[in-house]
Write a protein that binds this ligand. Sequence first.
Ligand SMILES: Nc1ncnc2c1ncn2[C@@H]1O[C@H](COP(=O)(O)OP(=O)(O)OP(=O)(O)O)[C@@H](O)[C@H]1O
Length: 898
Amino acid sequence: MATASDTDLRVFIDRQYALLDAERDAEIERTSLLISNCSQKLLEQKGLALGGLGVASVAVGLGGKSLIELERPAAYHTTPIFPPHTLRTGDLARIDEHASGVTKKSKVTKDTSAKSVIEGVVYKVSNTRIVLAVDPPSSSNEDLDIPDRCCLIKLANTVTHERMHKAITSLESMFLPSANTRSRPPNTLHRTLLGLSSLSALPQNTSSTPSKFFDPSLNPSQITAVRFAVNSPEVACIHGPPGTGKTRVLVEVIRQLAYRTWMEGLEKDKQEQANVNVNVSNEAEKKMRILVCGASNLAVDNLLERLSVPAPAPAPIPLSSSTAETDTGAEAEATTTTTKDTESKKAAPSLPQPPPIALTRLGHPARIMSSLYSRTLDFQTTTSDEASLAKDVKSELEDLLAALSGSGSGGNKKGASSSKADSAKGGKAGGSAGRGGGVKKGVRLRGEARRAAWANVRELRKEYRKREEGVVRSVLSKAQVVLSTCHGAGSRQIQNIDFDVVIIDEATQAMEAVCWIPILKAKKLILAGDPMQLGPTIISEGNKRHEKSKVGAKEGAKISAPKPKSAPSPPKPSTDIPNPSTADSDVDSDSDASSSGYSTDPDIQDEGDSELPKVSESTSKSTAKPTRSLLRPPKSLNTTLFDRLETMYGRKVKRMLDVQYRMNTKIASFPSKTLYHSRLKSFPANAGHVLADLPSVLSATEDQEESDEDADADALGPGSEVIFFDTAGAEFWERSEGDGSELNAKGKGDNVDGGSLANENEAEVVRVWVGKLIQAGLKPSQISIITPYQAQAQLLRSLLTQTQSEADLTELEIGTADGMQGRENEAVIISLVRSNPDGEVGFLKEKRRLNVAMTRAKRHLCVVGDSSTIRRGGGKYLKKWMDWLENEADLRFAGDLV
Ligand SMILES: Nc1ncnc2c1ncn2[C@@H]1O[C@H](COP(=O)(O)OP(=O)(O)OP(=O)(O)O)[C@@H](O)[C@H]1O
């Protein structure tokens, strides 16, 4: 395959712009339509707003942000407790003046330039208080003028879109600079990711390094993946099917990189018989800086939680676990443990426990697990030695803001701090009128005094920001590992910081553009994910027509006339390009598995259709032999960077983890065979685990045996790991529900009318089966119910919580597949819902969604569905699943149960 040309790059970049614009527009349209068409009263009823609020206090947070605390004043409400609402920490929200009339509509536009607009992030929520963190005004004329009686409205979040757009613009100016753009030159990583340079070979002699591991129980495929990630010169992808320990591998990779100089120091010292500590501190300067990102805050927090546990002393790995790795990227078979290995382990010299890694988590504290607060930049800046420099200014600012909001203490508490801040400002913004001095509690400043006070606030804010920036710089300079979401890596605090390595977890759930935000800061990239599980959440995908028309229109303008800066390169038609990963695949085409391990996004396989941007006339008519370009424009935002790299570089760029620790072998066998080339093995200790082994089930069974009760115990032992309640012929028809406002996480309702779907009879089967499992000794918290449809999830929630009064079912987990990715439970029940005479199966066809649903169970999987509808409407994959369930599962007729 040929390296990419400027024309390829232009098409790729323009395609990214077009798709991102369509996505942003869809998001704004969805939220704005709802908000602008509804009165505040209706928004309150829908839980999208809280009305009749007053300001309880104003404080100062990181970055000089105003923390506006809102409450329900007794003057307007009989109770201070908020009605039900959907405002959560981390949401974007706006303060509007409270509209007393029922009909007044909210004015929600993209234009946020109006003076009175106060927008921010929800920082804290309790039953009676909600805190909004608002950025300091950018213009000096703005007054944070909060209405006496206000309404807080939830908004669409466009910050991520803006950052993604900016990342693509940076790429454009890096690779296709115009006369007016200036940017730093691209590095080898950036060139490799865009197919402008080929992937470098692995260095020689790295097949057995590192040789000491912090996690002693890594399996051979995990060790191979760690070595591959650590030694790859530019980019490495780790493919982790469900339950294979991706996060565990990433933790080891981060430790290997972070402690590299420490370990090298120890080795050197050992040779020189010198003092370890002296050399280690000498090496500190050369420490590798790592940026760890995730597609979601949860993914980042998961990694941070595990990294926060002190690393044990690294130990040599058993010889058996080492795998031969060649520079062509082929993986050699790992052998089983031998006595020789045990001996080698025993003989290994012991190493000390490493010092803690300096970790700093970026991001809004409102969006970070509270148990990890001490790792946040927010906490570290306020508790660092340098923090006192900014504290004085902060308290003065807070007093002043309190005075401005009418909640001033009435006394001048500033004393020494005031004079320090004054001197810092050169006395410019002095004057008691604006400081809150003498302002009585509850009395709001007006007129000239208010203007003067705001001028003072602006000066103090500037000073505070300057001092705080110094503190932030100092904290970050000490952080060896910085953690944030991908889009969080675009924050101001690290805009001038580069990293040796960027690691992205859940990379298959992130759009490519968002990954570029951290990648632009890196020399090397490590991605982890599973392309066979759900991809990024795309709103514009919910309405294909919407997306196509928008993308088409934009591309029409941008792509039909690409303006390459250099001469057009040889023709590289974007049609008729076989997917390299399927071309040599020996796997059933329906399996979506590529030769490189497997999955390829159907979007990639479909590339070459008429939707792709066309190359220019002159290039397509050339007689030169067509060559395939490494760089392919994505068909949709569903094509992730992970997918694209897999298509570009095949097995050379990735390693797959092949031992899963979650599922019983029976449960794992269908996904392994159809989506992972039968390479997914079960960890021996878990391969045969069944519900009957659980202590609570064992003791319940003993009790029942004593009392001679029939508890359907046979349903829980070997042979019943997978049960299929087939509703075919029972006429358990689905029904549509809702008005189209019930959308799943991808913004899809999957119903002809735009609503969601439910199936009462199926829900009844689920209810009865849950009852049997509980009777057999399972705790409700050990059971999860997954259904593709929101309406069915809702129905199940009300059915199960109302009728199963003998057990507390609040801990039963009920959700859609989209919400269950990353979760697991002992028993999982899937309700497929679709049952109709026309064989309509909707998005059950999406195998990645189905894969997530069927791989959450550890010991027991129960499927309830209509095999006849699914066979008729489903593609090859669904038909195969039905065949497999009929042949391999404990097949039962649903009609017998209810
Ligand atoms: N080498 C190992 N030895 C023992 N247990 C392991 C090993 N690797 C992973 N596990 C266990 O397997 C489970 C899954 O691991 P982890 O959460 O790291 O996987 P994951 O790939 O991120 O999962 P998923 O993406 O499916 O949510 C965890 O309980 C983990 O402790």
